[in-house]
Design a protein around this ligand. Structure first.
Ligand code: ADP
Ligand code: MG
Length: 697
């Protein structure tokens, strides 16, 4: 016999086939169990029914109970409205509708008692309530305590299935004596954290006695959500470690050592050393590495990648680096080639614009093992690119790649290669844990020494003459300058236009040919772009005027000024990336944010944050707060963040707790065979296996 929770929703009293259809189609609610897991989005405090005489122009919503003594249809056309006069023993309140008039006019009956809920407005001393929620005053279900407000769709509303219907239906389910929701957390955890049982928590969430009960219910259900997400991450990780074997890089060989002793242009920071150690430890075990490398802009992630690649080569394996854009791939290619100069090992570059003949040569060299390192773009994952023995994949600025693309790259080896994912900008720890919880994480938490912190200032456009004087001085002193204009969305043509008028504007102050320009935008052909970049890199040009195509990875240590026009239009991580293009050499660098006077609250907060700090981890925290977890670079497409109740911005402690308890549990009982873990196992079996990104293994 199916349990009560599996009862089809149409059999619940008060639902029936038609409403059941709506619940299925609109909210994906098919059973009583689904209904109970459709959590309220929030709760409204309706512990009080106000008297009309008490109403001022109250800020919040209030509810009033009274009799409708009169209704009216007034006006015509756009000015048409329906009013109803509500009376209680203390006074009169006008209810007004501007929309849905014919339905309201039919259903509101003079002489009857109603409970009206809505916001009071005060027009010249006359109080009214527009578009109130109305319920029959004698049978109202929403009139008491904390009333849950359920997420609804337009489709539901169109069928007049409003919150009231949901409240009533859920209440019906909760009242059934057969209701028993199986526990899915270990009792020991509940006891330790003093959390209510599942049935109780779900009851309290839908019908809380008071705020305390509600908070307790939320805590338990949030914990549950986070716990199972972490369980899934950790299970994936342990299964992978148990099952999947990776190439063994047992030796630190001649290439690594020669490079380290003779070619390293600087001493590694302690943080770089620590991370290289972590990577080496992974690679020699025979398990496959899946590691996320977090480090701030300019922290020297490329060097870590290169040294890992040398380890691969020392052990007879090939390595590749995949970058999201041609510019970035070229940049990696140049810096890595330069670093390897004088060594007998050379990388190759493969992008969409590699000429056919060259491409054929490269493919040949990859197949017969002549090419140890390949650097490139999406071109690396085309079907005909085959390696002799690929041992390491480095993915730079990972957020721009889809899961499928990464999977494809990994499938190019018989043994799954080690994977090192590098983020463009740091993401907060809570977010990393939630989205990449199945990866190991290394953090470079230190910038190379000898760098002077970049000075950042915000200036109005009217200050341009002064800004240009400043730029002129810097260029005369031998430095170079980036001048960035915002990208105009979805229009290459407009982008080009605005960039060109931007260029003209800068050019008025700093005229060519006295000042030499590189111009980079999305419309250029890859080889043209590359040419412009190269000139800037070589110091043949002084000013790079660009849209955000230069955002990531570009490395020109002689550049000391970054000017960003319309800075308020950029996101925080973008601004941080852009600013990170300067301050890469020994000279004092500057970032000048030009912004309008009228800024949105968030826009202002972003710019203030940029001025306040240069710490990428700090900036990413603010970014997370402002945008929310679903909108951060790198997580938008992940689909992992559709948490129903928990919000990693506010529930960090619960997240850490959930992770720790999940770790304990798996240590204690890796296969979840103990009877007290039966509920956990059952719950995990229910979680649909969405694409978790490290499936690339
Ligand atoms: P990111 O982490 O942003 O990718 P890069 O790898 O591009 O940073 O490194 C930024 C700059 O710092 C490069 O010019 C690089 O050569 C230099 N660099 C890297 N490591 C060190 C170090 N240990 N000491 C000095 N300079 C370093
Ligand atoms: Mg980089």
């Amino acid at each position: 016999m199916p349990s009560f929770l599996e009862t089809p929703i149409e059999y619940l009293k008060g639902v029936g086939p038609q409403r059941a259809e709506a619940l299925k189609n609109e909210l994906d609610i098919h059973t009583v169990g689904d209904l109970l897991l459709h959590y309220p989005a929030r709760h409204e405090d309706r512990s009080r029914v106000y008297k009309i005489a008490e109403l001022g122009s109250a800020e919040a919503n209030v509810q009033v109970k009274g009799r409708i003594i009169k209704t009216d249809l007034i006006g015509a056309g756009a000015a048409r409205r329906f009013t109803a006069l509500l009376q209680d023993e203390t006074g009169l309140l006008e209810l007004i509708w501007f929309q849905g008039i014919s339905w309201v006019a039919k259903s509101v009956k003079p002489g009857e008692t109603y409970l009206a809920y809505g916001r009071i407005s005060d027009y010249k001393g006359k109080l009214s309530m527009a578009h109130p929620e109305l319920e029959n005053g004698d049978t109202a279900v929403q009139s008491k305590g904390l009333v849950p407000v359920y997420p609804l769709t337009e489709g539901m509303r169109r069928r007049r299935l409003e919150n009231r219907f949901m409240v009533q239906t859920v209440r019906m389910a909760l009242a059934d004596p057969k209701l028993d929701i199986p526990e899915n957390l270990p009792v020991s955890v509940l006891r330790e954290l003093q959390l209510p049982a599942r049935t109780q928590a779900i009851r309290m969430l839908h019908a809380p006695a008071d705020l305390k009960a509600l908070e307790l219910a939320q805590k338990r259900l949030k914990f549950e959500e986070l716990f199972f997400l972490q369980m899934r991450h950790l299970q994936l990780k342990t299964n992978r470690n148990r099952v999947v074997k990776g190439p063994v890089f047992s030796e630190v060989g001649a290439l690594f050592n020669t490079f380290y002793k003779e070619h390293l242009p600087f001493t590694l920071t302690d943080a770089q050393k620590k991370v290289i150690k972590e990577i080496r430890a992974d690679m020699k075990t025979g398990r496959q590495m899946n590691r996320l490398l977090q480090g701030d802009v300019g922290s020297g992630k490329t060097m870590v990648a290169l040294m890992s690649m040398l380890l691969a080569a020392d052990n007879g394996f090939q390595a590749c680096v995949m970058a999201p854009t041609e510019i970035l791939a070229a940049q990696h290619f140049y810096s890595i080639s330069e670093l390897l100069e004088g060594m007998h090992i050379k990388p190759m570059l493969l992008t969409g614009s590699t000429p056919k003949k060259k491409r054929t040569e490269i493919l040949e060299g990859l197949k017969n093992g002549d090419i140890p390192f390949l650097i490139g773009t999406h071109a690396l994952i085309e079907d005909d690119v085959a390696f002799q023995q690929l041992g390491l994949v480095v993915i730079d600025e990972q957020h721009r790649f889809g899961v499928a693309q990464r999977a494809k790259l990994s499938s190019k080896a018989s043994l799954p290669p080690h994977v090192l994912v590098m983020t463009a900008t740091p993401i907060p720890r809570t977010l990393a844990m939630t989205v990449y919880g199945d990866l190991d994480v290394s953090v470079i938490n230190q910038l190379p020494g000898g760098r002077k912190p970049i000075q950042t200032a915000m200036r109005p456009g009217s200050n341009r003459p002064l800004i240009m004087d400043f730029i002129r001085k810097e260029i005369k002193a031998g430095r170079q300058v980036y001048y960035v204009f915002p990208l105009i969305e979805d229009s290459d043509k407009l982008e080009l236009q605005s960039l060109m008028s931007g260029y003209d504007m800068v050019n008025e102050y700093l005229p060519a040919p006295e000042f030499k320009y590189s111009i980079v935008h999305g419309k250029l052909k890859p080889e043209e772009k590359d040419d412009e970049m190269r000139k800037f890199r070589n110091g043949q040009t002084d000013i790079m005027v660009a849209t955000t195509v230069i955002e990531v990875g570009v490395n020109v240590p002689n550049a000391t000024v970054m000017v960003i026009e319309n800075a308020e239009r950029f996101g925080l991580s973008q601004l941080h990336q852009l600013r990170g293009r300067v301050g890469r050499g020994g000279n004092q660098s500057y970032c000048i944010l030009i912004a309008g006077q009228k800024l949105s609250t968030n826009g202002k907060k972003r710019l203030e944050t940029m001025i306040r700090t240069t710490d990428g981890f700090e900036i990413s925290k603010v970014d997370l707060e402002l945008r929310g977890p679903g909108e951060m670079d790198g997580t938008r497409q992940s689909g992992i963040l559709d948490l129903k109740l928990a919000d990693i911005r506010h529930d960090e402690n619960l997240l850490l707790l959930a992770r720790a308890r999940a770790e304990d549990l798996l240590n204690d009982d890796p296969l979840l065979m103990k009877p007290e873990h039966f509920g956990v196992r059952q719950e995990l079996a229910k979680i649909p296996h969405r694409t978790v990104w490290s499936k690339i293994a």
